[in-house]
Design a protein around this ligand. Structure first.
Ligand code: GLU
Length: 453
């Protein structure tokens, strides 16, 4: 039983609530959530909000809403600011093991050291001067009023992991600076809380952007120092604008909010976020379950994924064309175009945005006048006379057209175009065969006679 439970994956999306999430963040959220969904696991939403100066509750709320719009709901939600005691305990444990040490350099002193190292052609790695301080030197600094920040003492060893996207990775932590885990004011930087939470929450897999590759060896060392086993890591490529510019939460690039307000379909945005920058072709999906079946970390490319906002519109249209009525009925009703399955199947192929369904619904259900050119007036009223009696069904149109053809001698465009204009007032649109039964005989007859109907 417990073995079965432990084989279930636990994944998390861990945004810092410092802005609206964009398509690149959605890529991370979706990969984690869909893997959990597909493999019967748990999806955790964790707000990495230890940066109190920049984190905002309203962004948390917006992130939850944006994820819901995508169709994602977390099984559990946590907030790091409510878990500080855990990080404190972990820090104490590391201190007791001699793995977290106080350092007193100011930012200026560190910058000076780095400049000197660079000038000598050396990598700007922290020299561990603080480790060499004698007790009296430390006391002297403290007496001067200096407060320490705390660095994790790396083991200077080879750390390896098998990255789900990038394959086997190896980092020699001797080439890295001992990371600062706790600031002078006692607040935590991102690194330690992330490791503590991943262990405490039993996270089995972390899928995140490749901007975090450089943190991974450090986080594996810290997890092991705390007596845990780090999750499996997969680092996906980052989304960029077509210009190559990276997406920024701060600059509000391609926020999910903006895409939603433009009327893009959530499934189209989700499919783009997951499939762009992989060896898989961009394609519409009918559900997140279908998209979950397409997630393939090994298919993610190493090069940045260029996201062209122009691709979302066409994919929104293709998505709508394939969506079953059950997938849209609630939204249709909310948008005031309650029409049933027959209505949806009639119009979906002509939509580029869902809200356009409304005008087709109005055309079928409320009085309107079509367009009849003077030279087509007789033809249209003859066509009205040929309308079969109700009830109307899918065959009505075929029967009617055959009768109109026989009685007027018209065919091709000369036959169909005036009828479409008279009935819909538009050059193009859904098949008349499907619209006719939705409009009903009285309306169709009135419009063919040039009346309001
Ligand atoms: N809060 C971090 C971020 O938004 C999470 C990184 C991680 O997944 O470990 O980038």
């Amino acid at each position: 039983m417990s073995e079965q439970l432990s084989s279930r994956p636990v994944l998390r999306f861990a945004p810092s609530p410092t802005g609206l999430i964009h398509v690149g963040n959605a890529r991370t959220a979706l990969l984690n959530a869909l893997l959990a969904k597909r493999d019967g696991g748990t999806f955790i939403l964790r707000f990495d909000d230890t940066d109190t100066a920049r984190s905002r509750p309203e962004y948390e709320q917006a992130i939850v809403e944006d994820l819901e719009w995508l169709g994602l709901r977390a099984d559990q939600t946590f907030r790091q600011s409510a878990r500080l005691a855990l990080y404190q305990a972990a820090a104490e444990k590391l201190k007791a093991a001699g793995l977290l040490y106080p350092a007193y350099e100011t930012e200026e002193e560190l910058e000076r050291k780095r400049r000197l190292q660079r000038a000598r052609g050396l990598p700007p790695v922290y020299d561990r001067a603080a480790l060499k301080l004698a007790d009296d030197e430390r006391q002297k600094l403290e007496a001067e009023g200096r407060k320490p920040h705390w660095r994790f003492r790396l083991a200077h060893r080879l750390v390896s992991w098998d990255d789900g996207v990038r394959g086997p990775q190896q980092v020699d932590t001797a080439n890295l600076s001992d990371p600062v885990l706790v600031r002078e004011d006692g607040s935590f930087l991102y690194t330690l809380p992330s490791v503590v939470d991943d262990l405490d929450m039993g996270i089995t897999e972390v899928v995140r952007g490749e901007d975090h590759v450089t943190n991974t060896a450090v986080q594996i060392e810290i997890a092991e120092a705390l007596g845990g086993v780090a999750p499996r890591f997969s680092h996906h490529n980052l989304l960029t604008l077509p210009s190559g510019e990276g997406l920024s939460k701060r600059l509000g690039h391609l926020s999910l909010r903006a895409l939603r307000e433009e009327g893009q379909e959530a499934l189209a945005v989700a499919a783009t976020a997951v499939l762009v920058g992989t060896s898989q072709a961009l394609r519409p999906v009918e559900s997140l379950d279908e998209l979950a079946g397409l997630v393939d970390l090994a298919a993610i490319s190493r090069a940045p994924a260029r996201f062209d906002p122009e691709d979302v519109g066409p994919l929104t249209a293709r998505t709508l064309h394939g969506l079953p009525y059950t997938a849209v009925c609630d939204r249709l009703a909310a948008a005031g175009s309650a029409g049933g399955a027959a209505f949806w199947e009639a119009v979906r192929g002509n939509l580029t945005r869902l809200d356009e369904a409304r005008s087709w619904w109005a055309l079928c259900n409320s009085p309107a006048r079509g367009i009849i050119a003077p030279e087509d007036a007789d033809f249209c009223s003859r066509a009205a006379e040929e309308l079969p009696a109700e009830p109307w069904d899918d065959n009505t149109y075929g029967l009617w057209i055959a009768a109109v053809k026989a009685s007027t001698g018209r065919k091709g465009k000369g036959l169909f175009h005036p009828l479409r204009l008279a009935l819909t007032g538009r050059e193009n649109g859904p098949e008349l065969a499907r619209l006719l039964p939705l409009m009903g005989r009285a309306r169709v007859a009135a419009r063919l006679k040039g009346e309001m109907g």
